[in-house]
Write a new protein. Structure first.
Length: 560
């Protein structure tokens, strides 16, 4: 006879021996037949219980293995990585948990008791929408854009609108339209979050491919578009105090929420145009800002930002006319920035100072006020004299959700000496014949609405830039100089206006895979000069149509 080993065989054999020793199995009379049948049924039931217990033990072993793996993800390495190692190649076996959880209680791995989510374990088998490095969380930032733009005039400005210098109908460049594709507005970067001793810090980096250093052959044989640094800053907050340093959006840029530097909390419109809106105040520049949060609804701050003595010439903006004296005509590019040379060599007396107060009583209302203070200084080598003047400005901005998904926006700026913040369309100062400085008045606004309906975002804005006249006379008392004088070029604009509307449709999105959006925009822009020569057109306009396909990377930070 061949014995086959099976679950419960030992217990069956032992019980059979005991029964035989007592004579139970040896009895042949019918009175014991019922007892034998009962014992066999009990043995079969015990065998099933033993098999179920063995399965439960196997499941418990697998559970402990899963708990061990999950705990190793949240447990620091037992030794630091040696110099030169990217990761440790030594297997690390973390200690087993003191009280293994039962199958019914094993919903998630144990987590560290910390206020920093980046030090805690993952919940269950879910994949978090961020990466962990040490005790910080890293989120990829960026999207891939494929942009197409058509204009009825050949402004020669790439995919960004040349607000201040698109051609008049009499110019040869106005006789041809332009069309181009471009991936240059694509973004790439990262955000780092952490919490150290109740201090929350954020590091933010963002780049695009709109660098002016792009090779001239990019449209012929190789679209080798060069990366460009947009944002690179660190923000630290503890309690009611907050400190930011690095290259950020200027604090004069309107906010949607508080005085946050994060792009999602700023208003620079929803348009596809990479130069945004005429009338919008903005820059991205290095600086330091200090914020105070007296309550959840009120934020106050002051920033010290990179200065620049600007006299026009950037982004289509017209430059001023300097006095004819050699000591003063030569300061363009040397003492005053006209964008023809290395602007980082332009001298500046002090940082631009911006103060701001924001009030957010609820998620439907945001109101803010900001003030700007600037200082300009030049030296007249012929007379060995200095000239100093101050620039000032202020803004009042707000947005209101007046109905579900429907938001009104208003952004308004006025000042003297703040033209560079209006996308460089207005000069900051002009120079008098005696070598002294005079600020140029300027104003800008953007008004409009944004409407969210399911997977659609619709928007419409109207923007305006006004540039004040600063008409002066040269030392001979006859020749006009400055800005906006009689006889000035038709590029010295008095007014630049823009009307635009568009949409942003979410075709598909998933928290783990990202999103795909299709976007469109129509833009009508026109400008008026201060002086119109006899027989010349008094204004000019530009029509543009944008289309854009965007894939946005997935990812979001944990809640601190």
């Amino acid at each position: 006879m061949i014995l086959t080993k099976r679950p419960g065989y030992g217990a069956t054999l032992l019980l059979a021996g005991l029964l035989a020793g007592t004579g139970v199995l040896g009895a042949a009379d019918g009175s014991n037949a019922d007892d034998i049948a009962t014992l066999k049924a009990q043995i079969a039931a015990q065998q099933k219980q033993l098999e179920a217990l063995q399965l439960a033990i196997a499941d418990q072993k697998k559970l402990l293995e899963r708990v061990t793996v999950n705990q190793s993800a949240a447990t620091p390495m037992l030794r630091p990585a040696r110099l030169g190692e990217v990761t440790s190649l030594t297997p690390i076996i973390p200690p087993a948990p003191a009280n293994p959880t039962l199958p019914a209680m094993a919903a998630q791995a144990p987590t560290a008791s910390s206020a920093n989510p980046c030090e805690q374990g993952y919940e269950g088998n879910s994949v978090p929408p961020y990466l962990r490095l040490g005790n910080v969380c890293i989120t990829p930032v960026g999207f891939m854009d494929f942009t197409g733009v058509w204009r009825d005039k050949n402004a020669g400005s790439g995919i960004g609108t040349n607000f201040g210098n698109f051609p008049y109908n009499t110019a040869s460049t106005s006789k041809l339209s332009e069309f181009r594709f471009s991936p240059q507005n694509s973004r790439i970067g990262f955000r780092v979050d952490g919490n150290w001793k109740d201090v929350h810090f954020i590091g933010y980096n963002e780049m695009d491919f709109l660098s002016s250093a792009t090779p001239t052959s990019s449209g012929v044989s190789n679209g080798a578009f060069v990366p460009r640094l947009r944002l690179f800053w660190v923000d630290v907050r503890k309690g009611k105090l907050e400190l930011l340093g690095g290259q950020s959006w200027s604090m004069l840029t309107p906010n949607r929420t508080g005085i946050s530097p994060l792009p999602a909390d700023l208003f620079y419109s929803q348009v596809i145009d990479i130069n945004y809106m005429a009338g919008l105040t903005w820059t991205r520049q290095p600086g330091i800002r200090i914020l105070y949060h007296p309550s959840d609804t009120l934020t106050m701050g002051v920033s010290f930002e990179n200065p620049n003595q600007y006299i026009g010439g950037s982004a289509g903006g017209s430059g001023i006319t300097l006095p004819s004296a050699s000591a003063l005509s030569g300061i363009a590019g040397a003492q005053l920035d006209n964008t023809t040379g290395n602007v980082l060599t332009t001298p500046n007396l002090m940082p631009d100072i911006i103060a701001k107060v924001a009030f957010d009583p609820n998620k439907k209302v945001h109101v803010e006020m900001a003030g700007l203070l600037r200082e300009f200084k030049i030296w007249d080598s012929a007379n060995n004299t200095y000239s100093t003047t101050s620039g000032r400005g202020g803004s009042l901005n707000a947005n209101f959700e007046v109905a579900k998904g429907f938001r009104l926006v208003t952004n308004n700026f006025y000042g003297a000496g703040g033209g560079r913040y209006l996308f460089g369309q207005s000069p900051d100062v002009v120079v008098r014949a005696d070598g002294t400085l005079q600020t140029v008045k300027s104003a800008g606004f953007v008004e409009g609405f944004e409407l969210n309906v399911k997977k659609w975002l619709w928007y419409a804005y109207y923007g305006d830039i006004f540039i004040g006249r600063a008409a002066l006379l040269d030392a001979n008392g006859k020749t006009p100089i400055g800005y906006g004088y009689t006889g000035s070029a038709n590029s010295q604009n008095r007014d630049i206006q823009e009307l635009t509307f568009g949409f942003n449709q979410t075709l598909w999105k998933d928290a783990k895979w990202g999103a795909i959006n299709y976007m469109g925009q129509y833009q009508y822009t026109f400008r008026n000069p201060w002086y119109v020569a006899p027989g010349a057109p008094k204004d000019t306009h530009d029509n543009a149509i944008y289309m854009n396909l965007r894939y946005t990377l997935p990812g979001s930070m944990p809640k601190f």
